[in-house]
Design a protein around this ligand. Structure first.
Ligand SMILES: Cc1cc2nc3c(=O)[nH]c(=O)nc-3n(C[C@H](O)[C@H](O)[C@H](O)COP(=O)(O)OP(=O)(O)OC[C@H]3O[C@@H](n4cnc5c(N)ncnc54)[C@H](O)[C@@H]3O)c2cc1C
Length: 386
């Protein structure tokens, strides 16, 4: 899109200017030592970008998921990895929409100032997997506290966050009409929880993504940290999940453009058999195809964001945007790796790192199969398959 046609040109330029100080080499070095991009996330926080969604009255910029998604897109488009900090964007949606005014007044100004981080969301469990309403972690009310027992898996950024949104069962599944009832969400203060009823075990994984197993053994949470009404947590968490899908779709779009730019440049310069490899249709077509799919996915991403920001139902659009964008970025990644030949495997080119990073989004935060099942059931009205 040309600058004149892009209503978000100024926002993009602001984020790009910051990202210019953290080129792909920076993320490559962090990836190699399996570290956390502290300097980058600090700079992003200081510049206010991670407070984009916080209303101005609490010290943020009062922007929407559309703008939040552009910030995350630009990070990936510059060769970075927004996965280190995207949690703050989609978790914010849950707190803003369902948190009480006391909770907002207590946490949002400190988050906006960069003193508190809200980067984690604990939903997935080892036995339940994608079947979220089958989770077994319980939170039992005892006086002015809830006592949490159970286990979570793949919970990201816990070691780089102060707060976590936790989904737990507050009424046994046998006592509710539908399994989606009787679940509640809580704001867990990780600084108090870790070592006092909550244990964190890091999971080594394919991408440089700080993610963990969590064990709860009698963790006490003050009752005032319940978000919204007890038992309605599943409905609340869906809002956060839709924001997450739209924002991660934007990250995939950023990855996709990065791959297309990288491979287009390379294919124009790399000469084999006396001509640029990009002169061969066998090379051009997969790149062109990925570009077309990326542009189409981008339209769906903006539609999902628009609907979220307007308070309209957006489950279908958020899921479809995530599906299309993750698929398009993966096609672009494949073409980029393939046409770099052997160099695609060299860490110095950043292609193999970005290839691993974008692959994650076919599985998390929701697998492509489950999106297809959602669309079949909720959009097309076919019988539920799971
Ligand atoms: C790096 C990483 C970070 C993560 N961060 C977080 C986080 O911060 N917080 C959090 O709560 N979770 C997080 N997750 C978990 C993530 O959301 C889940 O891994 C994902 O939802 C898939 O769940 P699962 O791994 O249990 O797979 P399963 O539910 O076991 O499914 C495995 C595969 O089986 C297939 N499948 C399952 N059921 C069906 C069906 N009915 N029809 C067709 N196919 C089906 C799908 O292809 C799926 O990929 C993270 C995961 C990873 C890998």
């Amino acid at each position: 899109m040309n600058r004149e046609d892009d209503p978000h040109a100024e926002l993009r330029e602001g984020v790009r200017a910051l990202c210019a100080a953290f080129p792909p080499e920076y993320f490559r070095e962090v990836d190699a030592r399996r570290g956390y991009p502290d300097a980058f996330v600090d700079a992003l926080t200081r510049a206010g970008w991670l407070a984009a969604l916080i209303p101005a009255e609490y010290g943020g910029s009062g922007l929407g998921v559309t703008e939040a998604s552009i910030i995350m897109e630009e990070i990936n488009r510059a060769g970075g990895n927004a996965g280190a900090c995207h949690g703050q964007m989609y978790n914010m949606g849950t707190l803003l929409r369902h948190g009480s005014s006391e909770q907002k007044a207590r946490y949002l100004p400190a988050i906006a100032r960069g003193e508190l981080r809200l980067q984690s969301m604990g939903v997935t469990e080892p036995t339940a997997g994608t079947d979220t309403t089958a989770i077994r972690t319980t939170a039992e009310r005892r006086g002015d506290r809830y006592v949490v027992n159970g286990q979570k898996v793949w919970i990201s950024r816990v070691q780089h966050s102060d707060l976590m949104i936790l989904l737990a069962r507050t009424t046994p599944a046998a006592e509710v009409r539908k399994r989606s009832e009787g679940l509640s969400i809580f704001l867990v203060d990780l600084r108090q929880a870790i070592g006092h009823g909550m244990e964190v075990r890091p999971i080594a994984n394919m991408v440089n993504h700080e993610t963990n197993e969590l064990f709860f053994d009698g963790l006490e949470i003050p009752a005032e940290n319940l978000i919204g009404e007890e038992g309605k947590g599943f409905r609340y968490i869906l809002d956060g999940l839709n924001a997450e899908r739209a924002i991660i779709a934007a990250e995939c779009i950023g990855d996709g453009y990065w791959f297309i730019d990288k491979v287009t440049r390379y294919a124009g310069e790399r000469v084999v058999f006396g001509r640029p490899i990009g002169q061969n249709q066998g090379v051009q077509f997969p790149i062109a195809e990925a570009h077309i799919e990326l542009e189409a996915a981008n339209l769906m991403r903006f539609e999902a964001c628009r609907r979220f920001d307007a308070g309209l139902p957006c489950g279908a659009q958020a899921n479809m945007a995530k599906y299309l964008a993750a698929k398009a970025s993966w096609e672009a990644a494949n073409a980029c790796l393939q046409f770099h030949g052997g160099f695609g495997f060299a860490a110095d080119y950043d292609v193999e790192r970005k290839f691993r990073e974008t692959r994650l989004y076919q599985v998390a935060p929701i697998s492509t199969n489950l999106i297809l099942a959602y669309v079949a059931e909720h959009v097309l009205g076919l019988p539920r398959s799971y």
